[in-house]
Every structure is written in C-alpha cells, then in structure tokens.
Design a protein around this ligand. Structure first.
Ligand code: SAJ
Length: 404
C-alpha cells in the first residue's frame, strides 16, 4: 500500500468513523482534535456521540494500536481535513477551522505527501488552501498532491455508507486527483469519480441544496393543504403514483448541520443566481415558525373553548427520526418557542433518544401521550409509530406519525 501513515484533523461525526475505517485496513492513523476530552475518550476505545456500529470498531483499532488520538498533528503521508465549516454573520461560510487545521500541518508537509479536504467548503476553498501552503512552502509546488473529496454519509448509517457510497474526488491538478483516488481505493468500495477541486466542492453543496429545495416543495404543499383542507400525506402518496413524480415528505422544518447550512454557501457567493435555493431555505425555516404558531393557536383555542389550560405534549426534539442529535433542530426551536409562551399550561417534552437535557425536563413518551390534551408530533421517531390514535385528543401531526 502506498500510504502507511495518515493524519485526520477533526474527530467528529465524519472524521472519527473515517479514521477508524482507514485504521481497520492496518494503516497507522493519528486522529487530531482540539478537544482533549474527545482525545481521551477515543484513546480509551470509546466514542463521544452515538453512531450505530462505531464503538466496537474504535475499540478494536485502538487496541491494535492502529488508531491513536492527540491534540497536535505529527508527520504523516496523508493529511485529511475533516473539521466543521459553520457560518458566521449573515450566513457567510466560516472556513477558519479549515485554515487553522491547514496552518498546523504546513510545517510537517514534505515531498510526496497528500493533503485532502473533506469538510463541506465554499467553492474555491481548496485552491485558497493550496495558495496558503505554497506561500509558506514554495519548494513544495508540484511536489505534493492537494484534493477535495466531500463526504456524503447519512448520520445513523455512516459505517455502511463510508464504504459503499460513490465518491467525487477533485484535485487541484490531474496528479493530485490520481493520488487522492489511490488513497480512497484502500477503503472505499463505491466508485470513485474524478473531477477538479471546484466541481467537487460545488457537487457537495449541490447535493444538499437539491434535497433542501425538494423538501421545501413538500413543506410548501403542507401549508397549502392546511388552508385548503386537504390531507397532504394522502396527496403526496397519490401524486407519487405518477411515474415521473417523487415528492419528499413535509416535516416541521429542516435541521441538522448539513442540509440547513450548506445551501447558504451557494447563496452567499452567488446571491443573484441562486434565488430558488435561497427561497427554499426561507420556506423550510418558515415551516418551523409556522408549526410553533400552530401549536400556540391550538393552546389558545383550547383554553377559550374548555375554560381551562391545556396539557401539551411536544413529541421529539432531534433533527430527524431515531437519532439523538439536536443540532440545528427545528423541533428544538419549536419546543423553545412554545415554552416561551406558556403560562399555567402543563408541558410534556419528549425525546426518547436522550436521557436528560439541560433546558428541557423530559417525560417518557407513553406518559406524555396519555396525559396530554394537545399532542404535537414534531419528529417521526419509531416509538411514536406504536401509539394508537386517540380521537379525543387534539393531534397536530407535523411529521406524518398518524398521517392526519
Ligand atoms: N427531511 C424532511 N423531509 C424529507 C427528508 C428529510 O423534512 O423527506 C428533513 C429531516 O427531518 C431533517 C433534514 O431534512 O430535519 C435533513 O435530514 P436528511 O436525513 O435528509 O439528511 P442529513 O442532514 O442527515 O444528511 C444529509 C445527507 N444529504 C443528502 O441526502 C443529499 C447526507 O448524505 C450528507 O452526507 C449529509 O447531509 C452531510 O453531511 O452533508
């Protein structure tokens, strides 16, 4: 094998599983994270977030000494940048984590090395990092490979998708693309598609923007149907019987750290050209706001009609079904907004995938469902699908639990 020593910068949701997979091929992997707690956890063979199947693999590669974690990088043959790219200010991409991780490894680079960015990045980031590297190390021009290769794995199914998904690999030149391909060949069974760095960067943003636009269409339909007195779930099912129609499912908004974030990277750089992409973001954000208002209105109506405050259950806080991840979660936003308007109503907040929360007092889902007068389903967790529809309750089904 060409590459025997690999250094991952960033041991999060993507960095750790990828580092573990590479280490499972017998390659010596150093995982670097700025958080010493993360480093300690991994060196104990444990993990700091939930991902099915990951923990036993980490345990295995750590005990075989193929994966080791540290807070500082060391000399390697391959460097992978897998750090977050959040946004700052008015939805502008913040690539400072990518820059600072790159700065750290510049003194370590040598002829023949391979530098890869996997972090979701605005178009032109790989070229920018290449410039930064060659400004400080001009002797390395043409001597190292630099490429962009986005990850495309679905949280909850990461281990499988890391191996079997196709990958798009774009170098700053043809040799860089080839070098990066030979690295990914060691652990990816999906096809490797070669392109240039800018196209690979845009490809990642396009994939998530495409899904966002499609979900926005479903969410827009749900608003129309609510007004028109039509069951949106039935409507979509029927429309999807057409051989060339495939509408996604509406929800209480779009969350997570990818689909709700990445489209802004396009809008921020190309505002005049990306009107549909920007509008889809607005529609999906508005759906969360609308859902919160809908719950608040039902609470008010109940009080006026029954002359007493309602008991309200908020079902789900995660950003999508069957995970414990609350980042950028529309359900969490809705729960917060509804809680702000609470006077003497009893609130039951439910999230079966976490044990406790700093802000919300959690209630078991069966108890909440039984007690509440108004039940708002925000996330379609598998536990909720076992509940039996109770027509005496006011059910607000934002995510298709009962499809009403
Ligand atoms: N959602 C809907 N309706 C749907 C499908 C999803 O409202 O029909 C919502 C979910 O509830 C959630 C959000 O969209 O709030 C995003 O969930 P998701 O499961 O569609 O995607 P993520 O964010 O977990 O992962 C995405 C994936 N991208 C695509 O499917 C194009 C994944 O492959 C990427 O690797 C990941 O983003 C990433 O890291 O970029």
């Amino acid at each position: 094998m060409l590459y025997q020593q690999v250094c991952f910068l960033g041991l999060g949701y993507i960095g750790l599983p990828t580092a573990t997979l590479v280490a499972s091929k017998g390659i010596k992997v150093l995982g670097v994270d700025i958080n010493p707690l993360v480093v300690d956890t991994i060196n104990r063979g444990a993990i700091h977030f939930i991902e099915p199947g990951l923990e036993p693999l980490v345990k295995q590669v750590v005990s075989k000494l193929n994966l080791r974690a540290a807070t500082e990088p060391e000399s390697s043959q391959v460097y992978l940048i897998v750090v977050p790219t959040p946004f700052k200010g008015d939805h502008e991409p913040d690539i400072s984590f990518v820059s600072s991780a790159t700065e750290k490894i510049i003194p370590l680079l040598k002829k023949g090395d391979l530098y890869i960015i996997e972090s979701t990045s605005p178009v032109g980031t790989t070229e920018k990092m290449a410039q930064m590297i060659f400004q400080q190390r001009p002797e390395l021009r043409g001597q190292i490979a630099i490429a962009y290769c986005p990850e495309r794995v679905l949280p909850g199914n990461v281990i499988h998708e890391l191996v079997y998904n196709d990958r798009v690999i774009g170098g700053i030149d043809a040799q860089s693309t080839e070098a990066a391909c030979s690295f990914y060949q060691t652990f990816v069974e999906g096809k490797l598609h070669k392109t240039n760095a800018r196209t690979a960067e845009m490809c990642k943003l396009t994939e998530n923007a495409s899904r966002d636009v499609q979900i926005a269409f479903a969410n827009e339909l749900s608003l129309i149907c609510d007004k028109a007195g039509i069951n949106v779930w039935e409507l979509i099912e029927l429309a999807n019987k057409h051989p060339r129609v495939n509408i996604l499912q509406p929800g209480c908004g779009v969350g997570g750290h990818c689909i709700a974030v990445d489209p802004w990277f396009i809008v921020s750089d190309y505002p005049m050209e990306s009107r549909l992409i920007g509008k889809a973001r607005e529609i999906n954000n508005y759906k969360a706001f609308w859902s919160a208002e809908k719950i608040q209105n039902e609470m008010l109506k109940f009080r006026l009609e029954k002359g007493r405050p309602p008991k309200v259950a908020i079902m789900g806080l995660a950003f999508k079904p069957n995970i414990d991840d609350l980042r950028e979660s529309p359900a969490k936003y809705i729960a917060q907004k509804v809680m702000q308007s609470v006077n003497d109503e009893a609130m039951y907040i439910v999230e079966p995938n976490i044990e406790s929360h700093q802000v919300f007092k959690l209630t078991p889902y069966l108890e909440a469902y039984e007690q509440a007068d108004i039940v708002a389903f925000l996330v379609n967790h598998k536990e909720f699908q076992e509940l039996i529809y109770d027509e005496k309750k006011i059910i607000l089904d934002f995510c298709g639990t009962f499809k009403i």
